[in-house]
Ligand binder design. Sequence first.
Ligand SMILES: [Mn+2]
Length: 188
Amino acid sequence: MHVVQSVSRGALVAAVDGAGHGSEAAAAARIAVSTLKDFAGEGIISLLRACHQRLKGTRGAVMSLVSFDGYRNEMMWLGVGNVAGMLRRRSSQGCVTDEPRRENSASEGIALRGGIVGYRLPLLKPAVLPVSRGDTVALATDGIHPDFVRDLDSETPPRELAARLCAKYSTGRDDGLVLVVRYLGWSK
Ligand SMILES: [Mn+2]
């Protein structure tokens, strides 16, 4: 399951995979998603702790969270478990910009910490990265082959890109989810 929710300074984006299969896994994922929505304006560490509390006694869930701050043009992200995440920066070619481009690599992967939310939380240390308009983030559960990261671009419309990645990289062994978001910055 996924969350994309606006908050006062930006947006919370998350992909959640309930541990195991069937209705118990789905129930855990639903609890995680409703917790994330309830506390969407909180920081990533608080969100993971809140999910951990509410998921106790369930099968638990793995999840990756991305919190965009449109005021600072930053994103903070962290994964617990194995929901993959990749940031693909907008290619500078052909773009008109009024600010000097900071020196950042074209792609960066999310830091994944071992654990299961609701069962065992790892040390929570989210990474903070600068983002610019057009930068694209994709999250994918383990039903999607990890090679999807090589096929990310910052031009294809997010919905189309998510559909393409899902069709091309589904392993067929598990249900899979691909969530693609593009950063548009602060709306003036
Ligand atoms: Mn899975």
